[in-house]
Design a protein around this ligand. Structure first.
Ligand code: Z5A
Ligand code: MG
Length: 233
């Protein structure tokens, strides 16, 4: 049951960012803290490896299957669309949604893929198109971290994409997406994008996240859920 005042809906909060930046650690802490404070909240994560589509993504990421670059990109997007109606319903019913990665990872990682000559395999706009119209987050907290700091955290793992060269390109694409979101908050569906220095101690990051999220969940949000990269809701 909603704990929000009047006809307000709950906010959609996304934590995005680079590998090893602490997204999973902090989305989980945030979800627990909201619940402990009596605020209705649901935690979602993309890729959601539990669905049929998610299982295909999982096997691709662990390199146990091969897929065309276009096909895997569309599967990542479809994996979000599978949950789109659920997310919207939760928000309208007063349950805040905390999300670990979203469409921004989808664009940044796919647009960072290059061929053997270093030429991009998938155009940026093509990568964005399938996610146009998804529920728009009210707040994106972008976790920035230097490759050096990420390395201190045990370096990158064993999955596809977890290579430093790729991560540097991903970082640049995230910057571009963040600048565009800031510049076009309205056309982006009303999303606010805030960069967080994720290279600090867990407690410092948690403190900043809570400071940004707490007022939003307490106050609630007016109006319908926005649509990503779409002017009209
Ligand atoms: N991908 C894509 O291509 N297209 C898409 O549309 C989407 C994703 C949605 C798997 O994602 C891959 O899918 C990913 C992007 C691509 N590829 N890569 N590379 P994933 O979300 O499943 O990835 P992950 O396995 O969860 O890892 P991660 O996201 O890189 O990590 P994280 O969640 O940001 O960090 P963490 O697990 O919370 O923390 C990492 C370690 O650091 C851990 O040991 C923590 O205890 C430690 N940690 C956390 N915070 C701190 C601080 N503050 N100080 C010190 N140590 C810390
Ligand atoms: Mg994670």
């Amino acid at each position: 049951m909603s704990t929000l005042p009047g006809k307000k809906r709950a906010p959609f909060i996304v934590i995005e960012g680079l590998d090893r930046s602490g997204k999973t650690t902090q989305t989980s802490k945030l979800h627990s803290r909201l619940t402990e404070n009596g605020i209705d909240a649901t935690l979602v994560k993309f890729p959601d490896r539990t669905t049929a589509i998610g299982k295909m993504i999982d096997s691709y990421l662990r390199s146990t299957s091969e897929l065309d670059d276009h096909a895997i990109h569309l599967l990542f997007s479809a994996n979000r669309w599978e949950l789109a109606t659920t997310i919207e319903k939760l928000l309208l019913a007063g349950t805040a949604v905390v999300c670990d990665r979203y469409a921004f990872s989808g664009i940044a990682f796919s647009a960072s893929k290059v061929d053997s000559t270093g030429a991009p395999l998938l155009p940026f706009e093509w990568c964005r198109d399938p996610d146009v119209g998804l529920p728009a987050p009210d707040l994106v907290l972008f976790f920035d971290i230097t490759p050096e700091k990420a390395r201190e955290r045990g370096g990158y793992g064993e999955e596809r994409y977890e290579k430093e060269e790729m991560q540097l390109r991903v970082r640049n694409f995230f910057r571009r997406i963040g600048e565009e979101m800031d510049g076009e908050a309205q056309s982006a569906g009303g999303t606010r994008w805030i960069s967080i220095d994720a290279g600090r101690e867990r407690e410092e990051v948690e403190h900043d996240v809570w400071g940004l999220v707490e007022p939003l969940v307490t106050r609630g949000v007016d109006g319908p859920v926005g649509k990503l990269w779409t002017k009209d809701p």
